[in-house]
Design a protein around this ligand. Sequence first.
Ligand SMILES: C[S@@+](CC[C@H](N)C(=O)[O-])C[C@H]1O[C@@H](n2cnc3c(N)ncnc32)[C@H](O)[C@@H]1O
Length: 225
Amino acid sequence: MQRTPEPAELMDDHEQARAYASANFSEANELFADLLHQLGHGDISGCALDLGCGPADIPLALLRQYPQLRIDALDGAPAMLDIAQKRCDADPELGQRLKLLCQTLPTTELAQDGYDAILSNSLLHHLADPSDLWLTVKHCAGDNTAILIMDLARPASPLAVDSLVETYAMNEPEVLREDFRNSLHAAYTVEEIEQQLAQHGLRELEVSMVSDRHWAARGSYRPNN
Ligand SMILES: C[S@@+](CC[C@H](N)C(=O)[O-])C[C@H]1O[C@@H](n2cnc3c(N)ncnc32)[C@H](O)[C@@H]1O
């Protein structure tokens, strides 16, 4: 099936952001946390960068799990960051280890070589140009930075898209079902991710399917590849 880009990059509509923030993504979020645990052998500390953080479910869960971790969480949508800020305010101990950055990729404002881990879930398929993510990863990573990028994988046919929407979003509001359908149509396949990694000299990242609808690219950054 041909890829169809998302209608908009940012999720800056308040209704859309509220619906997204109230949906239950616990299965995907736990999968992401498990993959990070494996990647860091259970020892994640220092400062991580989360790209396209949305309402900050994943960074807040990781801060709970790793008391030595700080996270800079970036999103270009103020509607999402307003929700993330309320969640920080509700838990000041976590909130003081989470810095929210309202920035849109591509950006030149992030620290070079500045992060111990670079994370992103469900951002890449939103971007008009996937290089915006991979160039940011390369800019912000130093030697040995742990990298975990996860996203939806594009199914083989519209029928397979409908089947995933029915399986995972049957009882969700229509705005979310539509988001999920658009995301599956806009997502990349594992083969396309392999090509993107090769194009950007990120061959040290291994990409594979990690569920029936997600791929993950993970590994430790090597600057001279
Ligand atoms: C599907 S949400 C994922 C949110 C979160 N990572 C999660 O796993 O729940 C994608 C997020 O990426 C943000 N986004 C899309 N394009 C972006 C860009 N170019 N720069 C920064 N954020 C972007 C959207 O505003 C949205 O909040």
